[in-house]
Design a protein. Structure first.
Length: 187
């Protein structure tokens, strides 16, 4: 019996060290070597100050900014509380929340689904081109810019599918809003 207990404890210690320390350090090292920008979070800086990440969404609520997907992560885009809502498609709470979002967003036609539904992680930094283009009239009006200028900005920030087949076309909301501010400064 004593031999089994010693074996079990040693096995636990060895696997704890291997899987809890060695493996994470090795993977972090490989990531830093092969993908240094991504491993560091693809941070965006302005005047030497970090203003966000290309990989984690941020809340934009002003009418003159593009809005991202709703977030269920903590208090909104909280990377420490990343998760979906766990509400099923027949959940009354989910249906009521989506309906309220549709009512709020509805201005010119059918609202793109990604403006009223959260992603699985709650941290999605991107929206579909349709969701970005849907917001053009509001932003153009708020910023006193032509719709054509704002639409051209959106179209210039569309990232196509990776290798032509992986994922969906998308627009990074933070990068788009930064470009929008930059465009406004130049006018």
């Amino acid at each position: 019996m004593k031999k089994h207990i010693v074996t079990a404890v040693l096995y636990t210690v060895v696997t704890g060290v291997l899987l809890g320390i060695v493996y994470p350090l090795a993977i972090t090292g490989v990531a830093q070597l092969l993908f240094p920008k991504q491993a560091d979070g693809e941070l965006l800086t302005k005047n030497g100050e970090v203003i966000g990440s290309r990989l984690i969404g941020q809340t934009f609520t002003g009418a003159s900014y593009f809005h991202g997907r709703p977030s269920n992560a903590g208090t909104g885009y909280d990377a420490g509380s990343s998760s979906g809502s766990n509400l099923g498609p027949t959940s009354k709470a989910l249906i009521d929340r989506v309906q309220a979002s549709v009512t709020t967003e509805q201005a010119n036609g059918a609202v793109p689904v990604d403006l009223v539904t959260a992603s699985g992680s709650g941290l999605d930094p991107d929206i579909s081109p349709a969701a970005a283009l849907y917001q053009v009239p509001r932003i153009a009006e708020q910023r006193k810019m032509s719709s054509q200028m704002v639409e051209a900005l959106v179209r210039g920030h569309i990232t196509q599918r990776q290798f032509g087949l992986l994922g969906e076309p998308r627009v990074n909301v933070l990068e788009l809003n930064l470009a929008l501010d930059e465009m406004a400064r130049k006018e």
